[in-house]
Structures are given as structure tokens and as C-alpha cells.
Ligand binder design. Sequence first.
Ligand SMILES: [Zn+2]
Length: 326
Amino acid sequence: MDSYVTDRVDAWAQTDWWRRAVRCPRCAAPLREIDARPFCSNATCEYAGSGFPVVEDQPVLIDFATSVFDRGMYRGGNGSIFHRDVSRRSISSRLHQLTFGGNQVAQSNCARFIELLKQESERPVVLVIGGGAVGDGADELYTDDSLELIGTDVYASPYTLLVADAHRLPFEDGVFDGVWVQAVLEHVLEPTAVVSEIHRVLRRRGLVYAETPFMQQVHERGYDFSRFTRSGHRWLFRQFSEIRAGRVGGAGVALVWSIRYFARALGAGDKLSRLVALPFFWIRLLDPLTRGRAGSDAASGFFFLGRRAERPIDPHVMPQYYDAQK
Ligand SMILES: [Zn+2]
């Protein structure tokens, strides 16, 4: 499956449609020499002179003046601050899978997301934000032959076509049919700004799918900034109409995370704390029994599948939104 996916990503990389859609993240002007060393075509823009870095043959279209990421991080390697297991095959990744389970919620939502995209377009174009690794349960995005996908992340990987900071997406308005943003919004400085950008690059009636943690401890160290309740997540996507929303990982998953992080806080370290939590994996098997408001009050995270709307929801509906959840 892996070589099939990377072959598809290589084929997408060769196509021209995304080259036409990219814009300067500072001034939104078209770019020159996207395949060599990209420059902004606007002579008054800073990036007309300095241009953008390239890592592993992928352009780094970040406005460094407003980003948490520095130009210096992209002088060599893939631009990642951490060692990353993008293929999810390391012992740590496998232990994580065993303790916390796979993401069946994402798998079912991914199928629905694709089905809805196909109702509106024969060849839907999807932007993946945080696509350095294939998201848990998101395989179908990479294997469905009818999709065109553009993977982006803050580092280059075999699954990305370019490097971007989601606070300023380097694309023209309304070019995507769908945006997939899974386990990303906790890692951005300003989630509201990122969701506004998602709204901007989506065409009218375009779809968004997001998964964001609620009761999860800090991961990715200094690059972890926010958590959302079910209501907070809905309000974050206030410029979208809701198709489906709910829990990703219930109170059981949250409790097993807590056991792991309790051991870690006592000094167990990353690897040992994974082993300490492993015997408690069965707690998450009780999650299907958790329900309603009490279930969401203690959930590990939430998903939101929505459609781009022309105006935001009314703040007055929010208390009822909480009361109505199942
Ligand atoms: Zn520019």
C-alpha cells in the first residue's frame, strides 16, 4: 500500500493544477520558478528578492516574518524539528496503536467525506493540512482514484507536495473542493486564523474535515497550544454548516493517555510510560458505552465534518448545541 501511495503522490507532484493555484503567502501574488527556487512575482514583496527555500525538492512557501518557523530550519534535511515516523512502523508507533487502538471514526468519516465530494465534482481537489504522515484512518484519501490531493505540512515528506504554514495558506481563493485537517489545530498558534484560511481556499459549498483533541496531554513539546471542547470545536468552525460531528476517542482513551502521562510526569520517560499504559488498553474498549453530554465532557477529542457557509452561525445557538448532543 505504501509504494502505491507514494507513487500517487509523485504523480500528483508532476501535475500542473497545483502550480497554477499556489500564491505568495505574504502578498498573494503569483510565484515564479516554482520548480527551481520559487520567487514572488510582485517586485515590492520581500520574497521577490529573497525567494523561498526548497527542501527535498519541495518549495517552502512560508512567510517567515509571521510564522513560528524560521528560514534557518529549512537549510537542510526535511525541515522537521523532530524525528518523525511518517510511515508509522516504529516500535513506539505500534505500541501506540495497540494501547489506544486505530481510528475507525476517521475511517468512516473519510468514506463519507469522499462520497460527498463526488456528489459535487467528478475529480475533487483536496488539500491536506498536516499531511506529512497519512492520518490515522485517512488511507482512502490516498487510494481513491477519483481524487487529486495536495499534501502540505511544516516539513517535507514523501506524502507532501509543498511545505506551508496553515496560518497563511499559499493558495488562491476558492481552489479546493475539500480540506482535511486531522490532529493539527492543537499545534497552531491561532486556530481561528487557520480555519479562516481553510474557508478562504475552499470553493462555495466546499467541505472540511477536522479532528482536534480535547482531553489529551501535551504532545510535540513546544508546538502544542490549544484544546477544544465539543462546543468550542463547533464555534471554531462557525463559518461552516455541520454535516456530522462527534467524539474521536472517548473517556477511556483519555484515561489511558492520563495513565501514560502520569507515569511520564513521575519520570518514566517516553518509552517506559508507553509500556506502563499498555496493560490498561482494555479501558478504551468501554468507550462505546460512554454517551451523551457526559461522554463528550470527558472525550479524548472531536471531529467536525462541515460545509463552507456564507455566514457564521448565531452565537445564541451554542448553549442548545451543547444540550442537543447525543
Ligand atoms: Zn509576495
